[in-house]
Design a protein around this ligand. Structure first.
Ligand code: SME
Length: 162
């Protein structure tokens, strides 16, 4: 069963995300601020980063953008690889409670036990994703998923306006 983050904490972080959105002068600044916020305030969010679709790449490629946490060897991920590729190619949030049991998983840190990847959309098209790794198994319950999807939507809307 998924462990839960307190609803009050999730609500506080969502409000802080709204404040950061108002203060950010660009989508890039917003992405950076959101990675810092989620990594600092959500104790189980041990690696938080954005991967963005490379413009004009054929075949399509996800490229590491702003992130907080340990350096990752996966700076470029094709859409047919990893949990990241699965989320981007399906356009759906992917939650993995135990990464050891998922054959798609590309290891980033030996400490990672669970992961969530949420696509970022601009006018219905996947332009990137917000990826979070946890050192705890099953760290991402429904309220986490809602929070991370909310943050990804803020970025999508910001990119839409860009
Ligand atoms: N675990 C991801 C790769 C990226 S790292 O977690 C930062 C995946 O399976 O796609």
């Amino acid at each position: 069963m998924a462990t839960t983050s307190s609803p009050r904490k999730v609500d506080e972080v969502r409000q802080e995300a709204n404040r950061l959105n108002s203060a950010a002068r660009s989508a890039n600044q917003l992405m950076e601020a959101l990675t810092v916020l989620l990594n600092a305030k959500m104790l189980k969010y041990n690696w938080v980063g954005f991967y963005m679709m490379e413009a004009g790449a054929d075949p399509p490629m996800l490229v590491l953008g702003k992130y907080q946490g340990a350096m990752t060897p996966h700076t470029r991920i094709p859409l047919n690889q990893g949990i990241c590729g699965a989320a981007a190619s399906s356009g759906k949030t992917v939650v993995v409670d135990d990464v050891k049991k998922d054959p798609r998983y590309l290891a980033c840190s030996l400490e990672t036990k669970s992961e969530i990847v949420v696509p970022v959309f601009v006018r219905g098209k996947v332009v990137g994703e917000l990826d979070i790794d946890s050192h705890f198994a099953a760290a991402f319950a429904d309220e986490d998923r809602e929070l991370v999807e909310y943050c990804a939507q803020l970025v999508g809307k910001r990119l839409e306006g860009a």
